[in-house]
Design a protein around this ligand. Structure first.
Ligand code: SF4
Length: 476
């Protein structure tokens, strides 16, 4: 490992937690090469934009920011601009980069992130442009470094790719087929994180419920090896000393097993929150989305979850204005949201993704109708959220403290069991600790409270509240 500082890096991440975790790997690699992080791309020697192709907005923002970088790159011949992530797995994006952004130094994709140190050094030493994209995921590469955003909580990938081919989604084309990491590698990583002081891990996969299901060459298959499925993996991780909270995302409703529901009851470290993307409350829209469950099946699943874990917090993703969505079908979505009583939801306007089946659907919903429906849905979701948060007043929540607020250093912020943001006054030394907080005010988007007890070493069970609007969701 290099010990001298070679320069400064700046990484901007678009999209989901999988991308955030990839950026942590890139930060770890650059740290090993002797680079240190900086907070301003104008000052950086290396700028990496880690892209997302799931929604049109992220595409547009990427090209906007890339355009801004041009002047820095022209002023400094030693600067390296690299772009990676899901967008780079699409040929039309590569063609655009070559034609309009020829000054970009390094382009790589989701499947060859492990090659980054070598590619980067080649760019630096030979001052030549490199475009290296792999079509396929290949074997999982273990042992890559990572520089986590927090010392006390971390993302842990358990699988890569997706086999579901929802008709609106580009992920199976950009992230490849499902392949699972070996359970012993995951357990070892969690133990390593625990030894370094990490209290909370979030297990990541496009659909964690199908962990170990796929037979992918070089990947782990639970049936072939008679090893743990996703629920089994949770039981293994629940035993690790030092890990106090376990979260996961994302769960496809069609694959959610009774064993997983049972794990919520058995594993005291498993946070009682599940993100269960519904996407639509209409069976016909779900069929056109190729989601492979009906409205009734989803509601039945929610009812089983609530029966088994009465205080479970439920969050979701909903797409508004999918092609062909009628007013009645949209109202089915409003009705489902009211029935489930989501603690929060990530709502998205449908946007056409090049290369997906839904791109060819002729019956696109007009933009003004989409926006109008979107606003109505958000009103319903926020109304439910406000009521649920109000009901938290007076409760004592266990909060993993993330640190002082940017705007007021006397206010600490953290997350409770349900992943809800909780703000309270306290010394910054509480950062990284789990603290009992009495909730004094439940607002629509966060809870506010006061310290009710000393930092707790125990995993939390029994606190009830709604999860926060935060950076989560099936994709972004
Ligand atoms: S929406 Fe989720 S489950 Fe469906 S194809 Fe995309 S990543 Fe896979």
């Amino acid at each position: 490992m290099e010990s001298t500082t070679q320069g400064k890096f700046y990484i901007q991440t678009f999209g989901c937690q999988m991308n955030e975790r990839d950026s942590e790997t890139l930060a770890g690699m650059l740290t090993d090469l002797g680079y240190g992080p900086c907070g301003d791309k104008a000052e950086a020697d290396v700028v990496i934009l880690n892209t997302c192709s799931v929604r049109e907005n992220a595409d547009k923002r990427f090209f906007g920011i890339l355009g801004q970088l041009k002047k820095y790159r022209e002023e400094r011949s030693d600067m390296v601009v690299a772009v990676c992530g899901c967008m780079m797995q699409q040929q039309h994006v590569i063609d655009t980069l070559k034609a309009k952004y020829p000054w970009v130094d390094l382009v790589f994709g989701t499947h060859n992130i492990h090659q980054f140190p070598q590619l980067f050094q080649n760019v630096v030493q030979e001052r030549r442009k490199i475009v290296e994209i792999w079509e396929d995921g290949g074997a999982i590469v273990e042992g890559l470094p990572a520089k986590h955003l927090y010392d006390f909580k971390a993302f842990v990938n358990i699988m890569y790719g997706c086999n579901n081919f929802c008709t609106y989604c580009i992920v199976p084309y950009t992230r490849g087929r499902e392949r699972s990491r070996r359970p012993e590698e995951i357990v070892e990583e969690a133990k390593r994180l625990a030894r370094s002081g990490v209290k909370e891990i979030t297990l990541l996969g496009q659909n964690v419920n199908s962990y170990g299901v796929s037979r992918y060459e070089g990947g782990y298959c639970a049936a072939d090896e008679k090893g743990p499925d996703f629920a089994g993996l949770l039981y293994l991780l629940n035993e690790i000393e030092g890990i106090e909270r376990i979260r996961f995302m994302t769960s496809h409703p069609k694959d959610l097993s009774d064993r997983l529901i049972g794990a919520f009851a058995d594993c005291e470290k498993l946070c009682r929150h599940i993100h269960l993307p519904v996407q639509s409350g209409s069976t016909e829209v779900l069929r056109r989305m190729n989601r492979r469950y009906t409205r009734e099946q989803y509601l039945e699943l929610v009812s089983r979850l609530k029966d088994a874990v009465p205080d479970i917090a439920l969050t979701t993703d909903i797409i508004v204005g999918f092609p062909g969505e009628t007013e009645a079908q949209f109202e089915d979505t409003l009705d489902l949201a009211r029935k489930v009583e989501y603690d929060s939801a990530f709502t998205f306007l449908y946007s056409v993704r090049k290369g997906t089946p839904a791109e060819k659907y002729g019956d696109q919903v007009p933009e003004e109708v989409k926006h109008q429906r979107f606003n109505r849905l958000v009103d319903v979701i926020h109304g439910i959220q406000a009521v649920k948060n109000k009901a938290c007043e007076g409760r004592i929540e266990k909060v993993l403290v993330e640190g002082p607020s940017k705007t007021d250093p006397r206010t600490l912020g953290g997350r409770n069991d349900a992943n809800k943001t909780v703000n309270f006054s306290g010394p910054r030394e509480l950062t990284g600790q789990i603290v009992d907080v009495r909730i004094t005010e439940g607002k629509t988007f966060s809870l506010w409270g006061e310290v009710a007890g000393r930092p707790s070493p125990c995993p939390q069970k029994g606190s009830k509240s709604g999860p926060a609007p935060g950076k989560e969701g099936e994709h972004e």
